[in-house]
Design a binder for this molecule. Structure first.
Ligand code: A2H
Length: 255
């Protein structure tokens, strides 16, 4: 565990249509009017315009936690334990676990991604490198600005059959979100090519790409899209975050 607390933005991705196996797993167990959300934790809320899919660990078991009368979050048990003491659930310190679901069964689910240019929704896809011990165990994918995400969607599209997904799900358009002086406006694809990263398993080069992308994007980047278009990332980041929180589409989560 890190010494300094990590302050994440937890984003609410509402389930629009469950994948068949997930639908079967929850069938008859919840009231008709229930809303389910996948809740990724991100450090880059200003990039949420560029979400193209949502990653789960296929081998991770997720809990389905009751938040209030109608809403349920799909996250790890560990994240639920943390959230219970951060004012997220109806009663402080009380965790109401209503079910469990395997990551692999959620793959293919269609979710609404707040702020994303993909208004029709994005798909839940598998990512082997999702850590069950960090954040919520759910990761939203922004391949324009995250080298990990770009390497993963490229791999998923290449081996769609192997992963049991539809190729198109991994190939949603990647739009420029942040302009940078050194790497252009598609920072992650640029760095993945420059560092000759061939797969999500090239962990050493991905570490370097992440470092470079983060520094350049955060300190030199200019937002190209949305209500804070033209503003420096450093300045726009808290504004985008506040907008999401005020709209009820995100909340603060720390660990
Ligand atoms: B970031 P830190 Cl655009 N396993 O969000 C693996 N990775 C996880 C995770 C988990 N359980 N939970 C969160 N993450 C990712 C956006 C983003 C992120 C961009 C660029 C860089 C970036 C879109 N994905 O992170 O170890 C999430 O991806 C670079 C580090 O706590 C989260 O923010 O510092 C970030 O890692 C948190 O990593």
């Amino acid at each position: 565990e890190a010494v300094n607390p990590q302050e994440y933005t937890a984003l609410k991705l509402k389930v629009l249509e469950w994948a068949p196996k997930a639908a079967e797993a929850i069938k008859g167990k919840f009231p008709e009017n229930s809303n389910f959300f996948l809740v990724p934790a991100t450090l880059r809320p200003e990039t949420m315009y560029g979400q193209t899919c949502c990653f789960v660990g296929p081998k991770i078991t997720y809990g389905i936690f009751k938040v209030n009368e109608t809403d349920y979050f799909v996250i790890t048990d560990r994240a639920a334990r943390n959230m219970a003491y951060q004012g997220v659930f109806a009663k402080e310190g009380v965790i109401d676990k209503a079910g469990e679901i395997q990551g692999t069964d959620i793959v293919g689910t269609l979710v609404n991604a707040p702020l994303s240019v993909h208004k029709e929704g994005v798909r839940v896809l598998p990512m082997d490198t999702v850590l069950p011990t960090k954040g919520t165990g759910v990761v939203t994918s922004v391949p324009s600005d995250s080298p990990d995400d770009y390497a993963t969607v490229t791999d998923l599209a290449k081996k769609a059959d192997y992963y049991g997904i539809q190729k198109e799900w991994a190939e949603l358009e990647i739009v420029p979100i942040i302009d940078t002086p050194s790497y252009g406006d598609l920072c992650a694809p640029f760095l993945v090519k420059k560092l000759k990263i061939m797969s999500p398993k090239d962990t050493k080069q991905l570490e370097e790409a992440k470092e470079l992308a983060y520094k350049e994007g955060f300190y030199q980047g200019i937002l190209k899209i949305g209500d804070f278009k033209g503003e420096k990332v450093e300045v726009a980041k808290p504004k985008v975050r506040k907008q999401l929180v005020d709209a009820g589409e995100a909340f603060a989560y720390s660990e």
